[in-house]
Design a protein around this ligand. Structure first.
Ligand code: ARG
Length: 569
């Protein structure tokens, strides 16, 4: 695509008196390739030429009617657009060569030039089971982390654990009063959660428990040895539990900087807010008014001196900027916290931090699991680990049936099972609520990870049969591909780099997920009508190059969604 764009840039520059780079940045991929493969929108010229855009498109078409480029062969007007059609042989050859040469790096660029992008994601609240409530942040965040890395940014995964707050006072009281060591050892996180729930039941009859909890939290804040030891232990046990989930998902964080990490910076933040004169005292509490900006006021310190979630987020944002000098700072957190982030970013702006505009909240809707024992019932936390395990089991059953002799059944079941959950989330526009349907998520012919993984495995199998000696670059063979299905397929393969960029710019891995469905579908159509092993000589070599490129594009794309592409399944 890039070479075609450059060619069009050079071609149009003298005709429209714009710089080639400007033209390139204006080029769009038409929604339907019937109308062309790349479109130049003529709106930008209307003023200068004092003409309506459709007329400009007409005139440019006439001017170019006798021309032909290396990578394009025809232009035609469509409304305000000047549409270019690629020259199949040259373009196909160029795409396949790109994929062949760049292989696992095809689609990657150095747009980010190594600049830092902290991605705050997953971020569960400790001493609570890792429920499906955090699944979306985990998979969307991880995918964005991978996508930004592929674009040459230095992604930094930050797990902003909820590890501070009055609930730890309650937990300490509950554990000291009626907790037992053996139960804690046995099933730490569930037990801690039970203690927490019990506390809330008991406090109704014994309101003094609340005062006790408050005083324990105060001790914790003052660094009291006993309090800190309890908190430390609860945190350690929780993290061990979460790490099992992260291991299963192949996720590693650069930093586990929970809310507590910022405790020592809170004084400084409060001071800064005072210095800048943006806060006021109200009945002993410290408040920032955001009314002029249409937002409710923010409390940074309660009258008893306690700080809040947002105070710690302010410190965290400043810390991240100081530490990473970031190009962007992402917060992958549910849409229910939209107001929180609006307030946070506004306060940063009022503090005079120009980089506040580089802070981005990436919100998403809710996930609900349809039917079965994983359905979301009130009061019961649906464990993420159970969901993942269930999906793996279901995948194993399907594979058992479809391919009983498969060698690495366990590996394939894992890839397909985990892929189903991830893709079930990532293939939806993130702002929408999703209802996760087990049958649909594991349907091998639906819009699923399995469908894409299956195309990949199928290609691997064809390539194995063909033998490795046939997989060498052959320019002549690559330019022989001219059947409709072949052309459609390599045109689709050409789009990977732009899809990755679009997914990053909009923070929507769904763009990449939907694209991979297109790739798998175009491959299946091709394979249905064009024999590969059944063809001969140069043509066979050309088709092998085409499917090998398809395999690579699928593998590269799935990797950025955090999904494995097994060679057999
Ligand atoms: N622990 C929070 C929750 O579970 C999410 C934290 C998100 N990150 C942040 N910097 N506020 O709701």
């Amino acid at each position: 695509m890039q070479k075609l764009k450059e060619e069009i840039g050079e071609l149009l520059a003298p005709l429209v008196s714009l710089e080639p780079e400007e033209i390139i940045s204006l080029l769009e991929v038409p929604p339907d390739t019937k109308f062309g493969d790349l479109a130049f929108p003529c709106f930008a010229l209307a003023k200068k030429r004092k003409q309506a855009p459709p007329l400009i498109a007409q005139e440019l078409t006439e001017e170019l009617s006798r021309e032909k480029g290396t990578y394009w062969e025809k232009v035609s007007p469509k409304g305000p657009y000047l549409n270019f059609f690629v020259a199949p042989a040259a373009f196909g050859c160029e795409v396949l060569q790109q994929v062949y040469e760049r292989s696992s790096k095809y689609g990657h660029t150095n747009l980010g030039m190594g600049r830092n992008v902290p991605v705050d994601y997953s971020s569960p609240n400790i001493a609570k089971p890792f429920g499906i409530g955090h699944i979306r942040s985990t998979v969307i965040g991880h995918s964005l982390y991978l996508i930004y890395r592929a674009l040459g940014y230095n992604s930094i995964g930050v797990n902003h654990l909820g590890d501070w707050g009055t609930q730890f006072g309650k937990l300490i009281v509950a554990y000291k009063r009626w907790g037992t060591e053996s139960e804690l050892e046995n099933d730490p996180v569930n037990y801690l959660y039970r203690l927490y729930v019990d506390f809330h039941k008991k406090v109704e009859d014994e309101p003094e428990l609340d005062d006790e909890a408050r005083s324990w939290f105060l001790k914790l804040e003052q660094g009291d040895e006993e309090a800190v030891a309890y908190w430390d232990r609860f945190k350690k046990l929780s993290l061990e539990n979460y790490e099992q989930v992260y291991n299963l998902l192949g996720i590693e964080f650069e930093y586990y900087h929970g809310e507590s990490h910022y405790n020592e910076m809170l004084e400084g933040v409060i001071e800064l807010v005072r210095e800048k004169g943006i806060a006021r005292e109200s009945e002993g509490a410290l408040i920032v008014d955001l009314e002029p900006y249409g937002l409710p006021p923010v409390m940074l310190r309660k009258k008893d001196g306690a700080t809040l979630y947002i105070t710690r987020d302010l410190a965290a944002a400043i810390y991240r900027y100081k530490t990473f000098d970031f190009a962007r700072s992402l917060y992958v957190v549910g849409a229910e916290q939209t107001l929180h982030f609006q307030q946070l970013f506004k306060v940063l702006e009022l503090l005079g931090f120009k980089w506040a505009r580089d802070c981005v909240h990436v919100p998403f809707g809710l996930i609900r699991f349809k039917d079965g024992k994983m359905s979301t019932r009130a009061g019961k936390i649906v464990l993420l680990e159970e969901v993942l395990q269930r999906s793996i089991n279901m995948a194993r059953d399907i594979i058992d049936e479809k391919n009983p002799d498969l060698e690495d059944k366990e590996g394939a079941a894992r890839a397909v099972g985990l892929g189903a959950v991830r893709f079930g989330d990532l293939s939806n526009d993130r702002v929408k609520n999703i209802e996760f349907d087990w049958d649909k998520a594991l349907d091998f012919s639906g819009e699923t990870a399995a469908y894409i993984q299956y195309a990949h495995a199928r290609i691997c199998s064809i390539l194995r049969k063909a033998g490795s000696d046939k997989r060498v670059w052959d320019e002549k063979a690559a330019s022989l591909l001219s059947e409709d299905e072949e052309v459609v397929l390599f045109k689709t393969l050409a789009l990977l780099p732009e899809k990755i960029i679009a997914a990053a710019e909009t923070y929507k891995p769904s763009i990449l997920a939907r694209y991979l469905i297109d790739v798998a579908r175009d491959f299946n159509r091709f394979y249905h009508s064009c024999p590969v092993l059944g063809s001969e000589g140069e043509l066979q070599r050309g088709r092998l190059l085409l499917i090998d490129a398809t395999r690579q594009v699928i593998a590269n794309g799935l990797e950025l969604l955090g999904i494995e592409a097994p060679e057999e399944m």
